[in-house]
Design a protein. Structure first.
Length: 192
């Protein structure tokens, strides 16, 4: 072994012997890893729950919440949707991806500031009746799609985060975004 390699080996031994103390702060006495994970707010739990109910109904495994995705949801809502809220209206529902994440968008202009996470997800899930599973095709009328439903129940997606925000001149518009990882809606593939 070269001098350099044995030096590396010594360092990793030293790190290994340090690690129990080093990690102790983030681990509960019983060894479970509570590792300073941020706590989920109630509306976040409701977003997650609504997704997992729809997924259970489609027979696919539940999603887990991912706080890294949440950061991107924040960026998207405050820097991209906030602007459009006053100027160019979105379609009511939309799906997109930046390659890394899948992204479901929602805009409600019905003056209901308390629009709940369950209602937002239900708006997407409601498109599910346009899914002709036998032929894997969409039967939605012109101008509508079921891309948002597909992303909610996309089997290979494992993680989600969502945020909703009131905006517009009198804050009577609600925008919401959920991000998904890995992204769904790969062309030619079935959601489940
Ligand atoms: C370990 O401790 C944490 C924090 O006190 C607690 O929430 C958790 O339920 C415990 N886990 C087990 C397996 O006892
Ligand atoms: C959370 O999502 C990001 C994608 O932005 C991914 O890179 C990361 O691995 C995910 N976190 C976990 C714990 O899987
Ligand atoms: C929002 O509120 C303003 C002022 O009360 C009203 O003029 C507007 O029509 C409302 N917009 C929607 C989409 O409800």
């Amino acid at each position: 072994m070269s001098l350099f390699l044995s030096f590396l080996a010594m360092i990793s031994l030293a790190l290994a012997s340090l690690s129990p103390q080093a990690s102790a702060a983030g681990v509960a006495d019983n060894g479970s890893s509570i590792a300073r994970r941020p706590k989920m707010f109630n509306h976040q739990k409701l977003f997650l729950q609504a997704h997992n109910e729809a997924r259970a109904a489609a027979g696919v495994p539940p999603l887990v919440w991912n706080f890294t995705l949440l950061l991107d949801c924040r960026r998207y809502v405050y820097y991209e949707l906030e602007d459009r809220c006053n100027t160019r209206p979105l379609p009511l529902y939309a799906w997109g991806t930046d390659g890394m994440h899948g992204r479901n968008l929602y805009m409600g202009t019905d003056n209901d500031m308390r629009r709940s996470p369950a209602n937002v997800v239900a708006a997407w899930v409601g498109e599910g009746h346009w899914y002709d599973r036998k032929n894997n095709r969409c039967t939605a009328p012109e101008g509508r799609s079921f891309e948002e439903y597909k992303q909610v129940v996309w089997r290979a997606t494992t993680q989600v985060a969502c945020i909703r925000h009131s905006c517009g001149a009198s804050f009577n518009t609600t925008v919401a975004v959920c991000e998904y990882y890995p992204p769904g809606n790969i062309k030619g593939q079935r959601p489940y």
